[in-house]
Design a binder for this molecule. Structure first.
Ligand SMILES: *Cc1c(COP(=O)(O)O)cnc(C)c1O
Length: 390
């Protein structure tokens, strides 16, 4: 039995992930502007649109020129297909038990499926036969990622199996880059060479392969030579380019809370579990009702700032002590005008006055937590209310 999540009225939740669809649309448009007319853009909206809300992100990206959508899970692909967005959809991650249940409907919905092994081809083929339709397949080639994808030496066998199978229509060949965010790495060139050789080997069996694709956000931004027929950016669409760039991209998600309490304490007052922090002077502490159960990385404790919109303007203040499950404490300073109820911006775009301090970004949190913005964005938990910017 599945256990439903208790329905909650979002007005009763102080913590919000506010998403601006226009940012995703404009970011998509900025990326399509880098492409030749013959290259399409697949917006990667896996993991609920990198935590932004999959359908909203998909619609916003399509508005910005995406003609493909990519998701890991077939169940997500079905949800996208039902939204009738008039785009191609590709899904790539499944295992036999759920695949047998979901793939027939995926194929009936016109969704493209990735195949990275002979066993996966067999699953897709059986599903296609049960529908009487041909499955549209992209062969995933492992050129160094070592995850899903077929090893190049098995391609002849896979290509022959595809050629001999009337229920399979080969649409594309693709691979995923391991190190495109490291512009000095030679791995990207190495993978591109392996990919080209692999595609040739596959085509010897199957005939020409219409679509070739390998560029993620980093390669979309830095390697026009690898754009090929289709690019697959994810993180850049949400405003976090993984490489330095002049392309204007802005964060689409802003995580906010509200001050719950303000209190004055003496110098040397301890804060949080383990007393990681002691106040350096008499000061005001602000309590913010958001913690690691909402998705804040506990490892970033005492290493991060937040922005507070006070009566006398926006201020950046340090978070102090350990991040707790439900709450954090910030040091407002001795003369702070901050009051309970003031909006707290954890990260994103606070939309403040031109010269006012800005909110931290998911990049700041990622650095403080020793991770990447992808993980910060996708870790925002289900108890944070999602809404779109109005
Ligand atoms: C996640 C993913 C992408 C997008 O990667 P970004 O670094 O977010 O641009 C592209 N292709 C595949 C196969 C992926 O899994």
């Amino acid at each position: 039995m599945t256990i439903p999540i208790p329905a909650e009225d979002p007005r009763h939740i102080p913590n919000r992930a506010v998403v601006d669809p226009a940012a995703i649309t404009e970011n998509t448009r900025a990326l399509t502007g880098l492409l030749e007319d013959t290259t399409a853009l697949m917006a990667v909206v896996k993991a609920d649109g990198y935590g932004h809300g999959m359908l909203m992100a998909a619609r916003a990206a399509v508005e910005g020129g995406a003609t493909w959508l990519g998701v890991a899970h077939p169940a997500s692909a079905l949800a996208l297909a039902r939204a009738d967005l008039d785009v191609h959809i590709l899904t790539w991650l499944y295992e036999p038990v759920t695949a047998r249940l979901v793939l027939p409907e995926v194929i009936e919905s016109g969704v493209d499926v990735s195949v990275g092994s002979l066993e996966m081809l067999q699953l897709v083929s059986e599903a296609a036969q049960s529908t009487g339709l041909r499955a549209r397949v992209h062969v995933k080639i492992d050129t160094g990622m070592g995850r899903n994808g077929i090893a190049p030496h098995q391609l002849t066998e896979l290509g022959a199996a595809i050629r001999d199978d009337d229920s399979i229509s080969l649409v594309g060949a693709w691979t995923h880059l391991t190190s495109a965010d490291d512009v000095d790495s030679t791995h990207t060139d190495q993978q591109a060479e392996l990919f080209d050789a692999a595609v040739e080997r596959l085509a010897e069996q199957t005939g020409p392969i219409p679509l070739q694709h390998l560029a993620n956000s980093a390669a979309t931004l830095t390697r026009p030579d690898l754009h090929r027929d289709l690019v697959r950016p994810g993180i850049a669409l949400y405003g976090y380019p993984p490489v330095p760039t002049d392309v204007p991209l802005r964060p689409a998600l802003t995580l906010t809370s509200r001050l719950a309490m303000v209190k004055e304490v003496e110098e040397g007052h301890s804060v949080g579990y383990g007393r990681l922090h002691h106040t350096a002077r008499r000061t005001r502490l602000g309590l913010v009702p958001i913690g690691y159960a909402d998705g804040l990385p506990r490892i970033a404790s005492d290493e991060i700032e937040v922005l507070i919109r006070t009566e006398s303007g926006d201020v950046r203040v340090p978070q102090v002590g350990r991040i707790s499950m439900d709450q954090i404490v910030v040091d407002l300073g001795p003369d702070s005008a901050a009051r309970p109820g003031d909006t707290v911006y954890l990260f994103g775009d606070a939309g403040g006055a031109p010269n006012a301090p800005t909110a931290p970004t998911a990049d700041h949190w990622a650095r403080a937590a020793g991770t990447i913005p992808y993980e910060i964005l996708t870790s925002i938990s289900g108890r944070v209310s999602r809404e779109t910017h109005s």
